[in-house]
Design a binder for this molecule. Sequence first.
Ligand code: SF4
Length: 110
Amino acid sequence: MNSNMTSPSGLSGCVSASLLAGLEAGRPAAVPERWWEQAACAGLDPHMFDDASPRARAVCRGCLVRVACARDQLAWEEAYKVRRRTRVGMFGGFTPYERAAASRRARGVA
Ligand code: SF4
């Protein structure tokens, strides 16, 4: 779990289903309650996830809990209506811009 992560509190809301749909194929159906304990980024330099570096994306792509990570971050950002410019870090392999675009699509905003 990278240091930009917020509490994985299980917030529900208008989670960007389209962004998550592509991730869920081939992933375990059951997500452990404390999924962050299996984060591939645990122990890595958290600053590596501050931007869209290819190395950070590669770590996320191989992460077993990528879906849970992306889902919880999107839910949190959408619940608190976090604007694109104030979204930070890479979560689930998605940049702030990609998450903001997915949220806009989910809300039907171009
Ligand atoms: S998807 Fe990326 S940011 Fe999320 S837990 Fe896995 S490695 Fe960390």
